[in-house]
Design a protein around this ligand. Structure first.
Ligand code: LLP
Length: 435
């Protein structure tokens, strides 16, 4: 839940820097990021992938959509893993961080012609093709630039992943990929093979996000491997790569579980080995795309408490509404996916009795709830600081300017030093686009 350098003593601190000092220096709300923890998590996935699949392992592509900025792109380059981008904007950040194009993998169910052209012209390692229209477009761009573009085909293996419906992606009725069951995937393979400017490296599936068991990943691998076998039987050659996507779940609440890299990789290695043996296939290069599992636990959000209100409920109970200086604009996940978070008092400890509270933001909307039900000390008052852990994934990256609230900065902490890696937006930033 908390990154490794956080300690919860008399007051919350990270790498020896207190919440009070961080709030004083950088203001609130603020995303505080543990750089060492990010590097460690990214390296762990890389190490476990290689341990499980040996020299022929594929690549760990960090899913930029979870959170990216130029400095994090530099870390990715330094750590030596790849990156998955799904828009021209994410590609631009990856390039600004000087990540080698050869380890950039491009996703998206509706890549624009400009995005495709840019990806091909800078020489990205791989484009994950998502539709028939796109096969033709990527082939044309490759021809135009005189290249043979490596591609994967994104498939939907027909899995009901155990997660929120908005973040499950591999059942049949979704906008992503080609369905295996309907035959669309096989037809797409046949179409790809008619274009000499495309090099079909292999198959891809991403079954959903915040998944906490390995079963769905194993079934996905099994269905993709069956298709690899069908390909070998039809064309006499084996495809080189299988990308099993991301989606590994993390710890948001006390008592939650997290999918450890070693557990996932061992389960995948066993499933891949078993299914490849069954079809007498060589084990392909296995790639993965974790986003949340790398960045999620590396950040917490620090808020300042503003107004506090006790509301009398119909049943006679009282609910305490504690408002903080952010809300759904920098954490939309509770409103969008009913995602649950916890919070702690960060600038001091309290022995006051807990009261049943609801943590809300400053937006003009009843649904602007960060935590629906939480017991917080009854003496929490305006000016106190609260911290919510595990906000690194899909927090800042999904932040909006709703109600013209400037988006918070990201402050990276390492070895007792804090520095801004994404600065706070200002009102001038908000006005800059207006004509
Ligand atoms: N690869 C592909 C093709 C993806 O679509 C995604 C996430 C990932 C990898 C990374 O998944 P992760 O390891 O981070 O779970 N906004 C939602 C999550 C949407 C994920 C979309 N795709 C949330 O806040 O839960």
């Amino acid at each position: 839940m908390w990154s490794s350098s956080v300690s919860l003593g008399d007051e919350l601190s990270i790498s020896g820097l207190s919440a009070t000092d961080l709030a004083r220096e950088f203001g609130t709300p603020v995303f505080v990021m543990d750089e060492a923890d990010f590097r460690l998590r990214a390296s762990n996935w890389d190490r476990e992938l290689k341990k499980a699949f040996g020299n022929d392992a594929g690549t760990v592509y960090y899913a930029a959509k979870a959170f990216i900025c130029t400095e994090v792109a530099r870390w990715i380059k330094d750590i030596g893993i790849g990156i998955d981008v799904c828009t021209g904007g994410e590609l631009a950040v990856a390039l600004a961080g000087e990540i080698e194009p050869s380890v950039i993998q491009v996703h998206g169910n509706n890549k624009s012609l400009t995005e495709i052209d840019k990806a091909v012209s800078v020489g990205v390692g791989c484009i994950v093709v998502d539709s028939l229209v796109e096969i033709e477009r990527v082939a044309a761009a490759a021809l135009k630039h005189g290249k043979i573009q490596k591609i994967l085909l994104r498939l939907t293996p027909g899995i009901e992943a155990h997660t929120h419906e908005f973040i499950a992606t591999a059942h049949e009725d979704v906008k992503f990929g080609f369905s295996i069951a309907s035959g669309a995937a096989w037809s797409a393979i046949e179409v790809v093979l008619t274009y000499p400017s495309l090099d079909l490296r292999g198959l891809h599936a991403h079954i959903g996000s915040q998944i906490l068991d390995t079963d769905s990943f194993e079934i996905s691998a099994q269905r993709l491997i069956a298709l690899l076998a069908k390909y070998r039987d039809a064309f006499g050659v084996e495809l080189a790569e299988l990308d099993l996507g991301g989606g590994y779940g993390i710890h948001y609440l006390p008592g939650d579980e997290e999918l450890e890299p070693s557990v996932v990789m061992n389960a995948l290695a066993a499933a891949v080995a078993k299914n490849c043996a069954m079809y007498k296939l060589k084990i392909p290069q296995i790639s993965i795309e974790p986003g949340r599992a790398i960045v999620g636990p590396t950040m917490f959000t620090l808020y300042e408490v503003g107004t506090i209100k006790d509301v009398l409920l119909e049943n006679g109970d009282t609910r305490r509404y504690i408002s903080v200086d952010g809300g759904m604009s920098e954490n939309i996940r509770p409103a969008l996916y009913s995602a649950e978070y916890t919070a702690v008092l960060a600038n001091r400890t309290s022995t006051a009795a807990p009261v049943s509270s609801r943590l809300v933001g400053k937006h003009c909307e009843t649904g602007d709830i960060l935590i629906r039900d939480i017991d917080l000390a009854s003496d929490i008052s305006p000016g106190d600081l609260l911290a919510t852990p595990a906000t690194g994934a899909y927090g800042r990256s999904m932040a909006s300017n709703y109600n013209h609230v400037p988006r918070p900065p990201v402050v990276a902490v390492n070895n007792g030093k804090a520095r801004i890696i994404v600065r706070r937006e200002t009102e001038a930033d908000l006005l800059r686009l207006d004509i």
